[in-house]
Design a binder for this molecule. Structure first.
Ligand SMILES: Cc1cc2nc3c(=O)[nH]c(=O)nc-3n(C[C@H](O)[C@H](O)[C@H](O)COP(=O)(O)OP(=O)(O)OC[C@H]3O[C@@H](n4cnc5c(N)ncnc54)[C@H](O)[C@@H]3O)c2cc1C
Length: 627
């Protein structure tokens, strides 16, 4: 076996991930841990300052309810999420996050985040729920607060450690194992409770950007489905694994469109000039009641654009020039004010990208795009798994203690596995939490996990024979490469193994062609899904034939394996749900309609670690009384 030092870390609470939800969890848990003399360890695959989806920064905080100013009620937010998810949301979780999210935002401001203010000192809204920020350093600020809180409570931070799998004691999670991505070290974390906040998943599907552009995607490439893999492997029940997210974004550099639609009130049109939201309005009747209520769900907006593309009316364009000119027109009688306004709008347009998707600004510059003069191409991206945004996949977690729902079996945000809590992209059916809501949910889970430890936390009972077995399995790709690399002139081509990139391409091809990716126009069917599942099965047989020439390859391999598992749960759940509920995210051609009678429910799944069998389940939707 490869020569690795084993590093053992003993802690009370283990937080996996260093992104928004994990930072929230660390900040809150540190406070309660200090009070109770407990220890916290946080482990991130990258460096916390710039890890996760907010690494590059953001230009808006997408969830702010504004309760203190009477702007909205918590119930308004519950209704909004229900509407956007076509009726499928855990309203107890959405409500719980909504009632805590404003305080997270106020903390961000206190910690130094610049939230735009208007002349009256009020937050500048991008849309009803979104606040504009100068957000290039958003992640750095939030990570700094989490680090300070941990330092104050004597907590520890482990960076550049890739967590692979959970450590289990029956149905109880007692830690995690992983490896250092820079040094030959195998890490064994033993804990009384674990919070998984390792984000969603990208590159499960073949991206639009292949070849020279490979790696580019809307969802940052760092998250490979660790949260889902971890909870699935632990035997936790999962929910909404079919609800992927497909954003429509500026084409090829995936620049954000929120500011254009919401702040600049821009239209999106086909190459013929028709606004697909107007031209195809009648289609929305087929998706009532959601298609007929406002705001129209994101997937339906996508779908209308996709129908244009299917009809050969592409490319689609964002009417940036029209939007800018329209706003500036208010000042047309005063040439000086008009010029100033135009400059201001132009600056805002570029800053929107520079705050969070710098590559889009570079692409615009390289293609001579002047947003005030010419429209710009938009397109639907490949599918992603991001339960905190407009997707909904993730673990099925216990609801808040004080709300009377059928979803309570333990401490708030605990999965169906004892001692294992899930947050952010890791917890399902509670979409639209975004950065701020993920932070708030992290805080909720942080407090809840400490309560669990105080009330129930026993010393972790870790089976070291199992750890050894896991270590052998996790490091095996290094041994495989070492054993056979000399047998061919190009070590990348070898009959005894495949390299991680080849494996990834195979996974992406299967998902793209059978599970409704870009080249299948996001369409699939029972027959396609069944064939896809068969091919995933063959891929699984080959997953332990992946070989690693170095630590980086080893990380790529485990990222692949984690993606493969989320892919399987995705296919299985799409297969189980015999209807089309989210056209624009995916369309089942053999069941092309929404079927509320049979499928207005959660579709949950669980992989049994003892038998290796999957169980598929329906769970009732609980609607908040009076909402
Ligand atoms: C392109 C894009 C644009 C967005 N725009 C906005 C916006 O404008 N406004 C807004 O409010 N929200 C926005 N969001 C949503 C927001 O970024 C997410 O909701 C939020 O980051 C989710 O938090 P999280 O903790 O679940 O995941 P992340 O913040 O992504 O954190 C995941 C963490 O897990 C770590 N990790 C991953 N794998 C492992 C592993 N194997 N071992 C150890 N650690 C691991 C990562 O390094 C990272 O630290 C956007 C998201 C994306 C992708």
């Amino acid at each position: 076996m490869a020569n690795f030092e084993t590093v053992e870390v003993n802690t009370d609470l283990l937080i996996i991930g260093g992104g928004f939800s994990a930072c929230g969890a660390a900040t809150e848990a540190a406070y309660w841990a200090k009070k109770n003399g407990l220890k916290i360890a946080l482990v991130d695959k990258a460096a916390m300052d710039r890890s996760g989806a907010v690494a590059m920064g953001l230009s808006a905080i997408n969830q702010y309810v504004g309760v203190k100013d009477g702007e909205n009620t918590l119930e308004d937010y519950v209704r909004y999420v229900r509407q956007d998810l076509m009726g499928i949301s855990r309203e107890d979780l959405v409500y719980n996050i909504a009632r805590h999210v404003d305080s997270s935002v106020h903390l961000f401001e206190k910690w130094g985040l610049n939230i735009w203010l208007d002349e009256d000192g009020k937050y500048v809204h991008e849309g009803r729920w979104q606040l504009m920020i100068n957000g290039e350093s958003y992640k750095v600020i939030i990570a700094e607060a989490a680090k300070n809180a941990l330092a104050d409570a004597g907590g520890e931070i482990y960076e550049r450690i890739f967590i692979v799998a959970p450590l289990m004691d029956g149905n109880k999670c007692v830690g995690a194992v992983g490896f250092n991505t820079r040094e030959n070290q195998f890490y064994v974390f033993k804990a009384k409770a674990v919070i998984i906040g390792a984000g969603g998943a990208v590159h499960v599907f073949r991206p639009r950007s292949v070849g020279e552009g490979f790696g580019r995607s809307w969802y940052p490439p760092f998250n490979s489905g660790t949260s889902a893999y971890f909870t699935i492997q632990a035997g936790a029940e999962m929910t909404c694994q079919e609800v992927r997210f497909i954003p429509v974004r500026f084409k090829d550099a995936y620049g954000p469109v929120g500011a254009w639609f919401l702040l600049f009130k821009s239209r999106a049109i086909s190459a013929e000039g028709g606004d697909y939201m107007v031209v195809r309005e009648d289609e929305l009747n087929n998706w009532a009641p959601y298609g007929l209520a406002k705001p129209i769900p994101a997937n339906l907006r996508n779908y209308l654009g996709m129908l244009d593309v299917e009809a050969g009316l592409g490319p689609l364009y964002m009417e940036t020039d029209e939007a800018i000119q329209k706003i500036a027109a208010e000042y047309k009688d005063d040439p000086k004010a008009y010029k100033k306004k135009m400059k201001e709008l132009e600056t805002e347009a570029w800053e929107d990208f520079l705050d969070m998707t710098i590559s889009q600004a570079i692409l615009w510059a390289s293609q001579n795009v002047k947003p005030e003069e010419k429209h710009s191409e938009i397109a639907a991206c490949e599918p992603y798994f991001i339960g905190s945004h407009s997707g909904a996949s993730g673990a099925w977690v216990s609801g808040p203690e004080d709300i009377d729902t059928p979803y309570k079996w333990g401490y708030t945000n605990m999965t169906t596995v004892d001692g294992l809590f899930a947050v952010g992209d890791g917890s399902g059916a509670s979409s639209h939490k975004f950065s701020s809501g993920s932070h708030a949910e992290g805080r909720i889970a942080g407090k809840s996990a400490i309560k669990y430890i105080v009330e129930k936390g026993a010393e972790p009972n870790v089976d070291m024979a199992k750890v050894e077995e896991l270590q052998k399995k996790i490091l095996a790709p290094l041994d495989l490469f070492e054993a056979h690399k000399g047998e061919t002139t190009d070590p990348e081509i070898n009959i005894n193994y495949i390299m991680p990139r080849q494996f990834l391409f195979r996974l992406q091809k299967i998902m793209d062609e059978y599970a409704g990716g870009v080249t299948s126009a996001f369409k699939t069917s029972k027959a396609l899904l069944e064939r896809g599942l068969e091919l995933i099965g063959v891929l699984q047989e080959d997953s332990d034939k992946q070989a690693a020439g170095n630590l980086h390859d080893l990380m790529r391999i485990w990222e692949n394996t984690q993606r493969m598992w989320i892919a399987e749960s995705h296919i299985r759940t799409m297969l189980f749900r015999e209807e089309t509920r989210w056209p624009g995210y995916y369309f089942r051609s053999d069941t092309p309609k929404m079927d509320d009678e049979n499928w207005k429910c959660f579709t949950n799944c669980r992989w049994d670690p003892n038998t290796g069998e999957w169980e598929m389940m329906k769970k009732d939707i609980w609607t908040m009384p009076g909402v």
